[in-house]
Design a protein around this ligand. Structure first.
Ligand code: SF4
Length: 324
C-alpha cells in the first residue's frame, strides 16, 4: 500500500487505475521522454529567472537559462539516447525556446515578484498524506495568494478548463491547512498556445476538493485491498500511455505484473523490519514476543538483494516489451 499521494498520482488513478498500478505499485518506471524533458527544462529556466534581480530578467537571459539548465542535465542517465541525432536535439531545444518565447507574451518577468517558487506542500487529511510541489505562489496587490502552475502543453477549450484545476485546488487546500489563509485564485499558464486560465476559489470549493480527494483515496485503498486496478480506456491510450504494450485492453497476451507488486511489497516490508531492528542498539533488547528477535539484519539484507535481482530480471523482460 502506498503511503503518500500526490495530486498527479490521484489524477492518474482517476483516469486509469491500471496505469496507476503499473507506475506506482508495480514500479515499472517510465523513461523520460522528449515532452517531459522539455517541460522540466522550461520549468527550471523559469525558476532560475525569478531567482535573479528583476532588472536582469530579459528574454536573452531566459533563453540562456534554458540552454544552461539543459547542459546541466543532458548527460544524465535518464537523458541518454533521448535523441537520435544532434539535429533532433537542436530542433527539440528550439521548441523549448519557443515555449519560453510564448511565456513572455503572457507575463512580464521584470514586473512580477513571486512570493515562492517550487514550494513543497504536504499535509494530512484524515489518514491520507498528500504532498506535492507548487511551481509558484504570487501575491496580488491586496495581499491575496495566487497559486500558479506552468503547463508546457496546449490549453483546452475554456468550457473544459475546470477539471484541469483539480491539482491546484489540492495545493490550495494544503496551503490553507498549513498557513490558515485561503488562496484567492488558481492560475494555469499554458505555454504551447500562450493562454492563461484562471479560477477564483473559496472555502466551499476547497471543501469540495477535499471530499473528492478522500473519495479517490477510499477507492485506492479498496483497489489495493481487492488487488483490482481495472484498465479504463481513455484519451491517453492512443498516443500517450507508455504502458499500452502491456495493457490487457490492447494486448490479449499481456504479462501478469502482479509478481512485481509482490516483490515491491516484500522489499518494503523487509526494509521496515531492518529499520525496526536498527532502532535497538542491542537486538537482545527487543521484546521476547517480537518476531524480529532472532532475525539478523545481514540475512534481511541478503533477502533484499535476492528480491531486487528477481525484480530486475522481470523488469528487463517487461521493458523489452515496452520498447517494441
Ligand atoms: S493503455 Fe489506456 S487503458 Fe491501458 S493502461 Fe494505458 S491508459 Fe490505461
Amino acid at each position: 500500500m502506498i503511503k503518500n499521494l500526490s495530486p498527479s498520482r490521484a489524477s492518474q488513478f482517476k483516469t486509469c487505475p491500471k496505469q496507476f498500478k503499473f507506475s506506482n505499485v508495480d514500479k515499472i518506471k517510465e523513461p523520460t521522454n522528449l515532452v517531459q524533458a522539455k517541460g522540466t527544462t522550461v520549468h527550471q529556466a523559469l525558476e532560475d529567472l525569478y531567482d535573479l534581480p528583476s532588472n536582469e530578467r530579459t528574454p536573452e537571459v531566459l533563453y540562456n537559462l534554458f540552454r544552461k539548465a539543459w547542459s546541466n542535465v543532458r548527460g544524465n542517465d535518464e537523458h541518454v539516447n533521448l535523441f537520435e541525432s544532434l539535429d533532433d536535439e537542436r530542433e527539440w531545444g528550439q521548441e523549448g525556446l519557443n515555449l519560453l518565447h510564448n511565456y513572455l507574451k503572457l507575463e512580464n518577468p521584470q514586473k512580477l515578484e513571486p512570493l515562492e517558487q517550487e514550494r513543497w506542500v504536504r499535509g494530512s487529511i484524515e489518514d491520507l498524506n498528500l504532498r506535492g510541489i507548487l511551481d509558484r505562489m504570487d501575491e496580488d496587490k491586496d495581499g491575496n495568494l495566487i497559486i500558479v502552475d506552468y503547463k508546457s502543453g496546449k490549453a483546452p477549450m475554456a468550457k473544459y478548463k475546470e477539471p484541469r484545476f483539480f491539482a491546484l485546488k489540492l495545493y490550495a487546500l494544503l496551503i490553507r491547512d498549513e498557513i490558515g489563509i485561503t488562496p484567492k485564485e488558481l492560475k494555469l499558464i499554458y505555454l504551447k498556445n500562450s493562454t492563461i486560465h484562471t479560477l477564483n476559489i473559496d472555502d466551499k470549493m476547497l471543501d469540495e476538493a477535499k471530499i473528492e480527494i478522500l473519495s479517490i483515496w477510499d477507492e485506492i485503498k479498496k483497489a489495493f485491498k481487492e488487488n483490482n486496478f481495472p484498465a479504463v480506456k481513455n484519451g491517453l491510450c492512443k498516443d500517450w500511455c507508455y504502458y499500452k504494450p502491456i495493457c490487457p485492453l490492447f494486448n490479449k497476451e499481456a504479462p501478469d505484473t502482479d509478481e512485481l507488486k509482490n516483490i515491491v511489497e516484500k522489499i518494503a516490508e523487509t526494509e521496515e523490519n531492518i529499520e525496526a531492528i536498527s532502532m535497538f542498539e542491542n537486538q537482545d533488547d527487543l521484546p521476547d514476543s517480537s518476531p524480529l528477535k532472532n532475525i539478523k539484519i545481514s540475512d534481511l539484507e541478503i533477502d533484499i538483494t535476492l528480491l531486487k535481482n528477481k525484480q530486475d530480471k522481470i523488469l528487463k523482460e517487461i521493458t523489452s516489451l515496452l520498447g517494441k
